[in-house]
Design a protein around this ligand. Structure first.
Ligand code: SAM
Length: 359
């Protein structure tokens, strides 16, 4: 909290406030709320504008289910979506953002205090594309809502609302429904109702959150054939010999230069037998000895080469994702289905007839 809020305790976030964005226990960041800016992290992009007006302590990072549901329902900019019940309104916020100004979210909540709170919140957050109604959708249906492309039911008894939801669907396109239920008994009832109401493509999914770690390891599948490994080792050996030859030549050149310099030096010490500075009459012994010294040095370098790794001969490394043993979830089962209106069913049937006539 900034000074203002320390001395005048405020409930809602304002521009210029210092807020702590809490992603997890070890992932926190301090952010000054600046209109037009965004918090960008691995969970997504969060506009500062969306935080203004929110209560301090508000949870703004949504469960992965929301994005999955939105994607599977094919919710689009300009689309019309039904959501029941509204609850905390977190899904409503997300749907509202997805359909945008040109779309509409029809949200229904029968619990009056929850409805009032959501109404106030949506107003203060400027969710002008949300039409919130206080209504029991299982008993009274969805009112005058029509032209709906997608329906999301997060209710204890979605099967009671499905027949009402059908009346709201667009008759000219394939529409979608998703029912969010925590237990399989509810799923079974939902699936039977969807079937009896004529829905197709019915499937249920469980969204489990599982984190993955990135690990680098030798890839056993990338070792290649025995002959490819032999070839790589041969290539490595060849490069080693070539390098050694170059080093030898350089050492010899250096020794020769040193010998020439010593030959021309006035106080050369010729008294020490075996000294590398000694110059024999024909110079041969000195040459051999100097070369020995040079070779010793090279030998040392080759021994050091044990730690040298040729990038071409080291085994392939791969980065793999390793799922953590712990499986987080489950939030609920998601049952999806599509409704093909009569016009589309007829069009598909005539296409099929055309194909079989051609065959
Ligand atoms: N999707 C919501 C969210 O994002 O926070 C959570 C919904 S919560 C699990 C279920 C809500 O549905 C509750 O607020 C409950 O009052 C409301 N509800 C239950 N049955 C209903 C009905 N027949 N008509 C309208 N709302 C209903």
């Amino acid at each position: 909290l900034d000074n203002k809020s320390m001395f005048h305790s405020r409930v809602h976030i304002e521009a210029g406030d210092l807020v702590i964005a809490y992603m997890s226990r070890d992932n926190l960041s301090a952010v000054i709320i600046t209109p037009g800016e965004e918090i960008h992290n691995k969970f997504g992009r969060y506009s500062h504008n969306d935080l203004i007006g929110q209560k301090f302590g508000t949870k703004i990072l949504y469960l992965p289910d929301i994005s999955y549901i939105t994607m599977r329902l094919g919710v689009r900019v300009g689309g019309k979506v039904i959501e029941a019940g509204t609850g905390s309104g977190s899904m409503t916020h997300s749907l509202s953002r997805t359909v945008g100004k040109s779309g509409q979210v029809c949200s229904f909540e029968y619990h009056e205090p929850r409805f009032e709170k959501a109404l106030e919140e949506f107003k203060s957050h400027g969710l002008n594309n949300v039409r919130l109604q206080h209504r029991n959708v299982c008993k009274d249906g969805f009112g005058d809502a029509t032209g709906v492309e997608a329906v999301f039911l997060d209710l204890p008894a979605p099967w009671e609302a499905i027949p009402h939801a059908m009346k709201t669907l667009r008759p000219d396109i394939i529409t979608k429904i998703c029912c969010f239920s925590p237990c399989l008994e509810q799923v079974l009832k939902t699936v039977s109702t969807l079937r009896s109401e004529g829905f197709a493509d019915i499937f249920t999914q469980e969204v489990l959150i599982r984190t993955h770690e990135l690990v680098t390891q030798t890839d056993p599948d990338h070792l290649g054939s025995v002959s490819s490994i032999v070839n790589r080792l041969k290539a490595h050996e060849k490069r080693k010999v070539e390098r050694r030859a170059v080093q030898m030549k350089m050492a010899r050149d250096k020794a020769r230069k040193q010998k020439e310099a010593e030959a021309g030096a006035p106080n050369m010490d010729q008294s020490e037998p075996g000294s590398k500075r000694k110059l024999d009459a024909d110079g041969t012994a000195n040459d051999v000895q100097t070369q020995d010294v040079a070779e010793e040095n090279i030998e040392d370098q080759d021994n050091n080469d044990a730690t040298w790794i040729d990038p071409e001969t080291q085994l392939d490394k791969i980065v793999i994702t390793k799922p953590t043993a712990e499986m987080k979830g489950h939030t609920s089962y998601l049952t999806f289905a599509s409704y093909y209106p009569e016009s589309i069913r007829n069009a598909l049937a005539s296409q099929d007839n055309g194909k079989s006539a051609m065959a």
